[in-house]
Design a protein around this ligand. Structure first.
Ligand code: HEM
Length: 526
């Protein structure tokens, strides 16, 4: 106390400013706490007045679990931040996430904008303005249609074959299946997008460190995205970003440029091969594009409406969103099958029966996979058990009307509202015993129940901002899983041990170590 008095008497300006600052902080805290309408919503005290709890739970990679806990404790509407409301009430899903919804994405998504040589620009994923989003999507949507992707099945088959070969080499031993499906997803997305498989699987490594770069940026984006205004003082600030280069553990988080440069190199490579004759296997590993090959980039490039920056933005979107998601979903499929012997044997029987009837080619085609109802239910249930995205899908209450919650509370325009796909997936009224992996629920539900289950299924998001790459992942998962299961069996190396989850926008799992066996009576390597 004496020390404070002596400081204040030495610096009279400080003596005036300090109480004013404290008064300002007190007033803003009170105003934040008592923000109209939001004050009547329940939620943790600190979350009402500051972004710290959201920053912290994001930093610890556990926000999906935190949101589940908050809704268990406080009910369907929780004030999770000064201006943030998380909801678990399903009736709001069609309001907030519909095709014609006026709820645009929040500033959280600005962290996912990219810098191109022509300047900063959003990606189709991060763009906030709905009209701009429509314009962005129109020229490329065709490339994501299932009819277009089916032409690329051969590319998926090549990657599947490599995956099978790698598992074959490991029969009798242990594999970290989580790592392998990640490499599989990377090889597949680079094949489908650029016809340039980078051979993560063949070389058994993170090629050019791109996986680490994306993980690091996702970490930064999800944490700083909780208070997006912070970005302009961190990596959005040139000087701060420069200073960070001297601290390797910080510098790695600023990998956005690295990711865009990685994609730009792929674009240049694709363009440089236009004039080359069709590839031959002697060109070495990877799949080389030839003029007219219907990979996604060729389709994008055929659209005269796309500038080179837009092309880069779309390709970066595929790189950013196209592998972690599918990998997390594949891990969920294999993990839950390992934990559920009855589901595994039902699926194995379905595959064997179809095979015996001659209904499964080698490799399994997408059309054949779709005709396996239990397989489709397993995929759906695995995505429900483990949605790839684990933060709020944040949207802004529209202006001027805001949002009136079913309990009558009115949220003003500009309030950030959203649902976490993990919360919608665990609603016991929609999915009885929501923590149990039960593919049958998708086959046994009545029409009415199924409608509700589909409505709550936010694994691919919803409305006009539904995942654009959904068909890519369905193609990959639908083809890989039956092909692998007809030849191999996996069991957890340590059955009692749970995997480790980290939620940095995508909820990635680690330590899915399995023993690989050749399946009794299963298909031999052909
Ligand atoms: C199982 C795999 C996948 C899952 C679970 C998934 C999940 C999601 C989710 C939840 C969203 C909505 C995010 C939001 O509203 O904020 C989304 C959007 C998006 N996803 Fe995926 N995704 C998957 C695979 C892919 C793939 C393979 C690609 C592309 C190669 C992709 C590209 C996109 C794009 C471009 C958007 C933004 C769409 C828009 O706003 O119009 N995703 N995804």
């Amino acid at each position: 106390m004496e020390l404070l008095q002596s400081i204040l008497s030495t610096w009279p300006l400080l003596a005036t400013l300090l109480p004013l600052t404290l008064l300002y902080l007190l007033l803003t805290t009170l105003l934040t706490y008592f923000r109209p309408s939001l004050r009547s919503l329940p939620g943790p005290f600190l979350a009402r007045i500051s972004s710290l709890p959201r920053l912290w739970t994001c930093y610890t990679g556990s926000q999906h679990l935190h949101h589940l806990h908050l809704h268990d404790k406080y009910g369907p509407f929780v004030r999770v931040g000064p201006n943030h409301v998380s909801f678990s009430n399903p009736s709001l899903i069609p309001v907030v996430y519909s095709i014609s919804s006026k709820f645009v994405k929040s500033d959280f998504y600005t962290l996912f904008d990219i810098k191109t040589p022509a300047g900063a620009m959003p990606t189709i994923f991060s763009v906030r303005d709905e009209a701009v989003h429509k314009g962005f999507k129109r020229p490329v949507a065709g490339a994501y249609a299932m009819s277009a992707l089916r032409e690329l099945e051969g590319g998926v088959d090549e990657c599947t074959e490599i995956f099978m070969g790698k598992m074959e080499e490991r029969v009798g031993g242990e594999v970290d299946l989580g790592v392998w499906v990640h490499w599989y997803a990377w090889d597949t997305i680079t094949t489908l997008t650029f016809s340039n498989r980078l051979d993560f699987m063949a070389r058994e490594q993170d090629i050019q460190g791109i996986i680490s770069a994306i993980n690091a940026r996702l970490k930064y984006n999800s944490i700083i995205g909780q208070a997006p205004w912070l970005h302009k003082y961190i990596f959005g600030n040139r000087f701060a970003a420069y200073l960070a280069t001297f601290i390797p553990s910080l510098a790695i988080l600023n990998s956005s440029k690295y990711i865009v440069d990685f994609t730009a190199a792929q674009l240049r490579h694709h363009q440089s091969l236009d004039s080359k004759p069709p590839s031959s296997p002697s060109e070495g590993p990877g799949h080389r594009p030839k003029a007219g090959y219907p990979d996604m980039l060729s389709r994008f490039r055929r659209s005269p409406a796309l500038s080179s920056s837009e092309l880069l933005s779309h390709a970066t979107g595929n790189i950013f969103a196209g592998s972690d998601t599918t990998a997390a979903s594949l891990r969920s499929i294999f993990y839950h099958l390992c934990l559920s012997p009855s589901a595994l044997s039902t699926l194995q029987n379905e595959i064997s029966t179809a095979s015996a009837k001659g209904n499964l080619s080698d490799p399994v085609t997408f059309a054949e996979a779709q005709a396996l109802p239990y397989l489709q239910a397993v995929i759906k249930e695995a995505l429900r058990m483990h949605p790839a995205v684990g933060l709020l899908l944040e949207r802004l209450a529209p202006s001027p009307e805001g949002l009136t919650l079913p309990n009558g509370i009115h949220l003003p325009a500009g309030t950030v509202v959203g649902m976490n796909p993990w919360v919608s997936a665990r609603d016991p009224l929609v999915y009885p015993s929501p923590y149990t992996f039960k593919p049958e629920r998708w086959l046994e539900a009545s029409e009415e129940e199924l409608k509700l289950m589909e409505r709550n299924f936010l694994a691919f998001g919803g409305g006009s901002r539904t995942c654009l790459g959904k068909n890519i992942s369905l193609l990959e998962m639908g083809k890989l899983v039956p092909q692998v299961l007809r030849r191999f069996e996996f069991e957890l190396a340590e059955p009692g041990k749970e995997w480790v989850m980290e939620d940095y926008w995508f909820v990635q799992q680690r330590e899915l170590v399995c023993r690989v066996k050749r399946r009794e009576g299963g298909m031999k390597e052909g």
